[in-house]
Every structure is written in structure tokens, then in C-alpha cells.
Design a protein around this ligand. Structure first.
Ligand code: HEC
Ligand code: HEC
Ligand code: HEC
Ligand code: HEC
Ligand code: HEC
Length: 216
């Protein structure tokens, strides 16, 4: 046997074992970190869309309420993306020669919807509902950030379980009066702590941390 394995092979083998163990641990840590850093959660990533739709023009310059285009946010589970017909309510007249709106006109005349790319996407095993949040006083800005300043929409919040839970444990500081739900850059006009307590009562808000709230 001594001819087959030299003495030093023992040591080499241990080094190899140690290296493999380290690599595995490193890989695992890497994955765990990856899941929680902006790159892994897809936060702040700009997404190329088939039409360069700019929220800044529409929300700020034209002062269109979010719910005009995302009606589902108040009524249902998903906020929804507006149909081409809704764009054409304005763009049949406004900017109706703009080359940037060519795909919108093409979609309208062929009846083929625009292939908007999804920016926010929870895994299938998570249940989420917009309308309950909107009716209990959580503003769009709290979860989506300053959409009125985004040339292209990106995901502002991590959308991790820890993020959801941090608010579900203590919603009070995140509550707004109904008229401020779609406002951007809103600041409370009175003591935020008092306002939070007041709105907790008014909307009858509960803390929701049981697993079946979001996993059903
Ligand atoms: C004139 C219509 C219009 C208005 C007004 C509007 N949006 Fe949008 N929104 C769109 C369209 C079209 C898309 C899909 C293209 C994109 O992602 O940019 C979109 C996408 C989004 C997305 C990303 C959806 C995804 O794929 O995950 C969010 C979040 C969003 N809007 C929030 C808002 C908020 C908040 C407001 C109000 C401050 C608002 N929008 C006002 C038309 C509108
Ligand atoms: C409590 C956090 C929260 C609030 C408040 C909230 N959203 Fe969302 N929004 C999300 C999450 C999470 C998703 C991804 C949902 C999924 O993948 O099922 C999402 C997705 C969207 C989308 C993509 C289409 C869809 O519904 O899946 C749009 C558009 C949108 N939100 C607009 C809005 C608007 C407009 C408001 C305010 C009226 C709003 N959101 C309020 C968390 C929120
Ligand atoms: C309530 C009216 C209204 C609606 C609805 C509307 N827009 Fe607009 N849009 C405008 C106006 C006004 C402008 C002019 C730009 C500005 O305000 O600076 C504009 C500008 C644009 C531009 C830039 C054109 C250029 O040449 O720079 C694009 C692209 C666009 N809109 C896409 C859309 C899409 C896609 C939808 C549907 C999801 C939509 N708009 C819905 C009013 C509207
Ligand atoms: C900024 C605060 C906030 C964030 C972030 C948030 N929520 Fe909520 N959520 C609430 C409030 C407030 C309620 C209403 C609680 C009540 O019933 O009084 C609620 C209710 C819900 C409900 C309905 C519970 C029921 O029993 O009817 C679901 C489901 C839910 N949230 C899922 C989520 C998920 C999933 C996320 C993360 C992707 C999330 N929420 C992020 C504040 C938040
Ligand atoms: C307020 C909503 C909410 C509640 C309550 C909640 N979860 Fe989650 N959970 C999420 C979201 C969102 C994700 C997906 C994002 C992520 O992995 O962080 C998730 C992911 C998970 C995953 C997959 C983890 C992974 O890394 O892929 C497991 C397992 C899980 N939840 C178990 C639980 C258990 C057990 C409870 C109760 C103690 C619970 N959750 C309560 C929202 C919630």
C-alpha cells in the first residue's frame, strides 16, 4: 500500500476536505446574504418596458390619481395594469403623433395588449391583497416609494417576510388618513404618535402575525 499513497497524501486529503467544507459554508452564507441584499431581492432594478411610460409625467405634471390607472388597488387583490384603451382616452388626442406612443397605437388598433414586464412579484405561496391595505390606511408610497420621481418603476421595498412582519407587528406608525392614500411625499400635520393611535381605532386595525395570514 505504501507505494500507492505517499505519506503526505494524508495531509493533502485533509486540506482538500477543509477546502470543500469552507466552500460549502461560504456558498450557503452567500446564498443567505444574496436573498437579503438589494440585488437578490430585485430591489432598485430598472426594468425595460415595451413603452417608455414615465410615472413622473403622468403623476406629477398631469396630476392623475394612481387609482385612475390602478383601480384594483382599492377593490381587489391586485392593483392591475391599465388597458391600452385607457391610455387612448388621452392619447387619441394628446401626443398622438409621438413615436414613443407608436406601440400603444399599434396595440389599440390590433387589439393585442402591451406586454408590460412585471416589476413586483411575490412567490405563489404568499397571499397578498391590496384592498385591505388601502382600506386600513396604508399608502402606496409606504410600499412602493416615490413613484412620482421614478422615470422607470423599480421595486423599492425588499418584499421579504421580515419586511411584511415588521409592519404587521406594529402598523400604527404607517397609517394615513384616507385622503392621503395615494399622496406622494405626505407628512402628518399633527403628532404622528397620536395620529397613529387615532387611526388604529378609526380603521379598527389589528396586528396580524399568524402564519395563515399570508400562507393559506
Ligand atoms: C396614466 C396611468 C398611470 C398612473 C396615473 C399611475 N400608473 Fe402606475 N403604472 C402604469 C403602467 C402603464 C404601468 C406598467 C409599466 C411600468 O411598470 O412602468 C405601471 C406600473 C406601476 C407599478 C409597477 C407594477 C409592477 O409591474 O410591479 C407600480 C408599483 C405603480 N405603477 C404604482 C403607481 C402609483 C403608486 C401611482 C400613483 C402615484 C401610479 N402608479 C400612477 C400606469 C399608471
Ligand atoms: C402593504 C404594501 C403595499 C401597498 C400599501 C400597496 N402595494 Fe402595490 N404591491 C405590493 C406588493 C407586495 C405587490 C406584489 C404583489 C404580488 O406579486 O402578488 C404589489 C404590486 C403592485 C402592482 C403590480 C400589479 C399587481 O397588482 O400585482 C401595482 C400596479 C401596484 N402594486 C400599485 C399600487 C398602488 C397604486 C397602491 C396604492 C393605491 C399600492 N400598490 C399599494 C405592495 C403594496
Ligand atoms: C389623463 C390623460 C393621460 C392618460 C390616461 C395617459 N397619458 Fe400619457 N401623457 C399624457 C400627457 C398630457 C403627456 C404629455 C407629457 C407631459 O405631461 O409632459 C403624456 C405623455 C406620454 C408619453 C411620452 C410621449 C413623448 O413623446 O414624450 C408616453 C410614452 C405616454 N404618455 C404613455 C402613456 C401610456 C402607455 C398610457 C396608458 C397606460 C398613458 N400614457 C395614459 C396624458 C395621459
Ligand atoms: C406598512 C405596513 C404593512 C406592510 C408593509 C404589509 N402589510 Fe399586510 N396589512 C397591514 C395592515 C395594517 C393590515 C390590516 C390588519 C387588520 O386586519 O386590521 C394588513 C393586512 C394584511 C392581510 C389581510 C389579513 C386578514 O386576515 O384579512 C394580508 C393577507 C396581508 N396584510 C399580507 C401582507 C403581505 C404578504 C405583506 C408583505 C408582502 C404585507 N402584508 C405587508 C399592513 C402592512
Ligand atoms: C405578513 C405576511 C407573512 C406572515 C404573517 C408570514 N409570512 Fe412567511 N413569507 C412571507 C413572504 C412575503 C415570503 C416570501 C419572501 C421571503 O422569502 O422572505 C414568505 C416566505 C416564507 C417561507 C419561505 C422562506 C424562504 O426563504 O424561501 C417560509 C418557510 C415561511 N414564509 C414560513 C412562515 C411561517 C412558519 C410563518 C408563521 C410563523 C410565516 N411564514 C408568516 C410573508 C409572511
Amino acid at each position: 500500500m505504501s507505494a500507492l499513497f505517499r505519506r503526505s497524501a494524508n495531509r493533502t486529503f485533509r486540506y482538500v476536505l477543509a477546502a470543500v467544507a469552507l466552500a460549502a459554508a461560504g456558498g450557503l452564507t452567500g446564498l443567505l446574504v444574496y436573498q437579503r441584499v438589494p440585488f437578490g431581492t430585485r430591489q432598485l432594478e430598472e426594468v425595460a418596458q415595451p413603452v417608455q411610460f414615465d410615472h413622473r409625467h403622468h403623476v406629477v405634471d398631469d396630476a392623475i390619481d394612481c387609482r385612475y390607472c390602478h383601480q384594483g388597488a382599492e377593490r381587489g387583490a391586485s392593483a392591475g395594469i391599465p388597458s391600452t384603451a385607457l391610455c387612448m382616452n388621452c392619447h387619441a388626442q394628446v401626443w398622438n403623433k409621438s413615436p414613443r406612443l407608436e406601440p400603444v397605437r399599434a396595440s389599440y388598433f390590433t387589439g393585442r395588449p402591451i406586454d408590460w414586464v412585471r416589476v413586483h412579484q411575490l412567490p405563489d405561496f404568499v397571499y397578498f391583497n391590496h384592498s385591505i391595505h388601502v382600506h386600513k390606511g396604508i399608502g402606496c408610497e409606504t410600499c412602493h416609494g416615490r413613484v412620482d420621481r421614478m422615470p422607470a418603476i423599480h421595486q423599492e421595498a425588499p418584499l421579504t417576510m421580515g419586511w411584511c412582519l415588521s409592519c404587521h407587528r406594529d402598523p400604527a406608525p404607517n397609517l394615513r388618513p384616507p385622503e392621503a392614500i395615494t399622496a406622494m411625499g405626505w407628512v402628518p400635520d399633527k403628532d404622528p404618535v397620536l395620529l397613529g393611535q387615532e387611526l388604529m381605532k378609526k380603521y379598527d386595525v389589528h396586528t396580524r402575525v399568524s402564519c395563515t395570514t399570508c400562507h393559506r
